[in-house]
Ligand binder design. Sequence first.
Ligand SMILES: [Zn+2]
Length: 266
Amino acid sequence: MKVIVWRTRAGDGAGRGCLRRWRARLPRNRWVRLWLGCLGLLLFLCLLAILFYDLRPRAAPAAGMAAEGPLTLVIDPGHGGMDGGAVAADGTLESGVNLSIAFRMYDLAGLLGLPAVLTRSAAELNYPAEADTVRAKKVWDQKTRAALIASVKNGVLVSVHQNRFPDPRPSGPQVLYGPAPGSKALGERAQANLAAALDPGSRRVAAPAGEDIYLMKTAACPAILAECGFLSNPGEAERLKTEGYQRCLALLLVGSVLQEAGNGGL
Ligand SMILES: [Zn+2]
C-alpha cells in the first residue's frame, strides 16, 4: 500500500502549516480581508442555494408544501416616511440606511434564487388622508406592513434596523426574534453569523423581541429583527453608510435565512 505523507515543518500539523502559509499570503488590510471573507461566503451560499433549490423538487415534498409555495423572504426596512428612526451625529437617518441594506438584500436574494418582497421600497410613504396625526400615520404604516407580511405564503421576515444608545461606545449587531416557531433558531444563527464576521469576540446573544415591537409580535411566520449596528457610535455609523459594509450585512442576513432553510429550520 502506498502511503503519501505531506511534508511539513517540524512541530506543525499538516493542516495548521498549510493554513498559516495560506493566511500569510492574505492582504494585511482588515477590510480587504473582510471583503475576501464575504466573497468566500457568497460563493458558499451560491453553492448552498444551487444545492437547496436543485435538490428540493426531487425530494418528497413535505405535507402542505405544494399549497404553501416556496419559501419567500419578506424584507422590512424599518421606519420610513415621517419616521426617520435613529439619527447619527452627522444627521444620517436610520430609515435611509435600513432601506439601502434592504435593497441589497433584495438583489442578493434574487441572485441566489430566493423569492423576496419588500414592505417598503421608497423613503416616503403614501399615507391615507384619514391618517392625519403622527400616531395615526405610524399605526397605519405598521398595520399595512403586518397585512403584507400575513399575505405572504411560507414567508420568513427579516426586519432591518439600526441601534442607538446615549453612550457612543457600544457597537456591533444585535438580533431580536419574534414568538413564532422558527424565529429563535433563525435569530441565533443570524446573531452568530453577524458577530463572527463583523464583531468578533462579541458576547451578545439573540434576544426575544419586546411586546412593543408590533411586527415581531404579530408575525405568524418566523421573524427576526436585526439591529445591524449603532448609529450612535461614530465609527460604526461611518461603516454602516458604506456600500461594502452594507453588502456584507445583506450577505450575512440572507445567508443566515438560506442556512436555516437548508437545515430544515424554515
Ligand atoms: Zn429602528
